[in-house]
Design a protein around this ligand. Structure first.
Ligand SMILES: C[S@@+](CC[C@H](N)C(=O)[O-])C[C@H]1O[C@@H](n2cnc3c(N)ncnc32)[C@H](O)[C@@H]1O
Length: 798
């Protein structure tokens, strides 16, 4: 759950939004950004030079405002205005949004019923932004919701998943008002039972499981529809962040999906997420439904739809396709003692999964009788924790859950209860849970698993703010990069150490040891930026004891200013000549032995390295060396629901025909990446043609089941010199390098990929007089349109 309270403060967010917009449009400059209690400032603030944890000034002319919302601290109920603003780029023109906290709004009015103690996240790590640190518990219906909430919070849970109405309630059985439209008596408990912030921060509503909209009985279906809409409307009234919906019937959910879709499309203002409960493993239909008749019906549904009725992912896909992939519809995956195969589970990584409902029946007992999970469950939860997915403990049989008199301080690894003794809160490492709850030991075990996740590395922390955010790729040829962009590049030590290795290898090969003192090698760094490749080349010369004369060619006049300063600063007067020029037009005074460049985009050639280097090779000696020597782009089909929803949110064709730089995270790769286009330098062909066309056939894993294709992840690998390479293709990615994220090519409509289907994809690199662009399309197992014809939506300027 997030702590969004927009609905709780009607008008406040709007007023502040328009105030800030006016402020922004009027050309005013700064917003004061400060830390609110209970929140952390994202670490990227510090990265971009803002002091952490205090006050920062954000120049709105540089960082456009993306959106605003009101958030509440889950602990102190203090509200804050949160602005999403754009931050400096990272091989992209339109940078990713960062969450910045603005001044606090007045605290919420005192709750009529206060929780006796605050909820307790699974770990108290500093700098932990993950939603996964909050753990919920499914509760049975109680007329006293305050008591349900208190006892769950007291046991250490952060929120409850609780029915919104008495499960015995049926709309048709209630006396109606004279016009027959609405029940006379209240159908739910009072909204005054909890404070607004408690409803919105600590309660996920649960829609009654008796609903049956597709079972064939029209009376029940009508009653179910009324109850469903009543309960969802009530959840919106309470500003609940999410509501858990009962699972659909296998491939038989048309009416249920229609009603949910009506609700999703009807209430423009509601931000309530709908979590559709889906079993991780479809129950054996014959056993579950008990009759041959049902089994035959299931087989018939399978035959008609071409979908496997025994694969619960199909139930989800069926339902969300009917709801047109609405972005407020997500999955709560119900996990019991058995899990599907690893490849089948993998598909969920790219789906909008918000919660794992972990049944107490999924737990094993260790030798001492304490709950623990199988290795497979542990691995699955670890993946969920890394992907912001929350655990909700469920208890079909409360009496069987807690061993009587179980102590809280058992240690161990594979079957432990209680966190490791390295607790950061300074305690003795044991979770202190004051009241007995049937699932308290299970919660302790989940907390232990959460705390076992290794803390994020420096690189993880850097990348966290960029995960699954769409960014427009850079156009370094057409545009001039800004100082902050260069600064980001220059922080990537790994990239330059690879270049140094490559230049050193080329220098050694070019000049034998015995000629080193008497031979000067001409090195031309083309696209020198603010000089890091000049520095790497000089370091390689120093390392190999070779003499070099370096030219630094750069077309960005602003970067050239820095280069001139560096000559004095770093003592390059005798060895480096600065040239302010486009490499394609430079009339070089001599020929180069080695041409060093880094004009690579996330997809290799997408920043027009081929066109630039073809223009520069005029001044490379016939036997000269280009670093890089060649580069290849790669593509892999992916499920990426979040990215697709973000593209769809633009509501135009153009954005579906654009490639984006993205730090891919919640994405499932459906088949390993395959090479697409290769460019080698120097290119001595009589006529150089940089147009390319490739048809790729990806096979998919039959055992993994069907999947949704939202688009393609693109990568590159570059051979700098001989065996020195640099790249982001996952199988061979250069470790510790962060200059490039992947590229994402979306599809206009998500495609259904049946289990084991071959996927046929076409990619073109097209070249015109003033621009280069890609076109792409799918021809099997279904046919998509060709995206971006004539570069109408997305192109790179020459
Ligand atoms: C990706 S940046 C790399 C900068 C620097 N070499 C580094 O590694 O930090 C590419 C640089 O090449 C420059 N550039 C791109 N096309 C160029 C061209 N045709 N002639 C000269 N410079 C060019 C850009 O202005 C930019 O500074």
């Amino acid at each position: 759950m997030q702590n969004v309270l927009e609905a709780d403060l009607p008008g406040a967010a709007d007023a502040l939004t328009s105030f800030l917009r006016r402020w922004h449009c009027s050309g005013a400059t700064f917003i004061k950004v400060e830390q609110a209690p209970g929140f952390r400032l994202v670490s990227e603030l510090a990265f971009w030079g803002f002091p952490p944890l205090s006050i920062a000034l954000v120049d709105l002319r540089r960082y456009p405002l993306v959106s605003l919302s009101v958030h509440a601290c889950p602990y102190c109920e203090q509200r804050s205005l949160v602005a999403l603003i754009a931050a400096p780029p990272h091989h992209c023109a339109a940078p990713p949004p960062l969450v910045h906290l603005l001044r606090c709004l007045p605290p919420a009015p005192p709750s009529r019923v206060r929780a006796s103690r605050a909820a307790m996240p699974l770990a108290q790590r500093s700098d932990d932004p993950s939603e996964s640190r909050y753990c919920g518990v499914e509760a049975a219906y109680s007329a006293d919701v305050a008591h349900t909430l208190h006892s769950s919070l007291d046991a250490g849970f952060d929120f409850v998943v609780a029915p919104l109405v008495d499960p015995l309630y049926r709309p048709s059985a209630v006396e109606r008002s004279p016009d027959g439209s609405a029940p006379r008596i209240p159908f739910a408990g009072s909204d005054l039972d909890l404070a607004p912030s408690q409803w919105s921060s600590h309660v996920v509503g649960k829609v009654a499981p008796w609903l049956d909209l597709d079972g064939g009985d029209p009376g029940v279906a009508r009653d179910s529809e009324t109850a469903l809409k009543q309960q969802l409307s009530w959840a919106t009234h309470l500003s609940l962040q999410a509501v858990l919906l009962p699972p659909p019937l296998p491939l038989r959910c048309g009416n249920y999906a229609r009603c949910v879709n009506q609700v999703l499309r009807g209430s423009a203002t509601s931000a309530t997420q709908l979590w559709l409960r889906i079993p991780a493993l479809a129950p054996d239909l014959e056993a579950a439904e008990g009759t041959r008749h049902e089994d035959a019906a299931a087989q018939q549904r399978e035959a008609v739809s071409g979908r496997r009725v025994n694969d619960s992912w199909e139930w989800w896909d069926h339902f969300r396709t009917l709801c047109e992939h609405h972005n407020q519809l997500s999955v709560a995956l119900d996990c019991g003692s058995s899990l599907p195969s690893a490849s089948a589970l993998e598909r969920w990584k790219g789906e909008p999964m918000r919660a794992v409902l972990l049944s107490s029946g999924a737990f094993l007992s260790n030798k001492r009788g304490f709950p623990c999970l199988s290795k497979r469950h542990q691995q699955f939860l670890a993946t969920c924790f890394r992907h912001n997915i929350q655990v909700v403990l469920t208890d079909p049989d409360p009496s069987a859950s807690a061993p009587a008199g179980a102590p809280l301080d058992v240690e161990g690894d594979t079957a432990p209860v209680g966190p490791p003794s390295t607790a950061e809160d300074g305690s003795n490492g044991h979770v202190t849970i004051p009241t007995r709850h049937p699932l308290r030991l299970h919660l302790e075990y989940i907390a232990h698993l959460y705390q076992k996740i290794p803390p994020p590395s420096e690189q993880d922390r850097f990348e966290a703010g960029y995960r699954d955010f769409l960014q427009a790729p850079l156009q370094p040829l057409m545009d001039n990069l800004e100082a902050q962009t260069y600064e980001t590049f220059e922080k990537d030590a790994k990239k330059y150490s690879q270049y140094q290795l490559a230049v050193a290898g080329a220098l050694r090969d070019r000049v034998p040891e015995e000629h080193a003192a008497a031979t000067t090698t001409v090195v031309m760094v083309v696209g020198a930026g603010r000089g890091p490749l000049v520095r790497a080349s000089l370091a390689a010369a120093h390392e190999t004891q070779r003499r070099v004369r370096v030219y630094a060619v750069e077309k960005n006049p602003n970067a050239v200013v820095t280069l001139h300063h560096l000559v004095a600063l770093e003592g390059w007067q005798d060895s480096v000549t600065i040239v302010s020029c486009d490499m394609r037009a430079w009339d070089a005074p001599e020929q180069a032995d080695i041409l060093v460049s880094e004009l690579l985009g996330s997809f290799g050639d997408n920043e027009l390295s081929p066109e630039c280097l073809d223009g520069a090779q005029r001044f490379l000696k016939p036997d000269g060396i280009s670093i890089p020597a060649e580069y290849t782009s790669y593509l892999a089909p992916i499920t990426a629901a979040k990215l697709h929803a973000d593209v769809r949110a633009y509501n135009d064709l153009e954005h579906f025909e654009t490639a984006y730089v993205v730090k891919l995270h919640s994405v499932a790769t459906l088949s390993p990446p395959q090479p697409v286009f290769t460019f080698a330098h120097p290119n001595r062909a009589a006529v150089i043609d940089n147009r390319r066309y490739t048809k790729l056939v990806f096979s998919t894993d039959e055992d993994a089941g069907s999947a949704t294709l939202h688009g393609f992840a693109g990568y590159f690998d570059a051979v700098l010199y001989k065996d020195v390479h640099l790249g982001i293709e996952p199988a061979t990615a250069t470790p510790g390098m962060f200059s490039w994220f992947a590229i994402f090519f979306p599809l206009r409509s998500p495609l259904y990929l049946p289990a084991g289907a071959d996927l046929e994809v076409h990619f073109w690199r097209c070249v015109g007089p003033t621009k280069v662009w890609y076109e792409w399309g799918v021809t099997a197992p279904t046919v998509s349109s060709i995206h971006n014809p004539n570069g109408r939506s997305y192109w790179v300027g020459l």
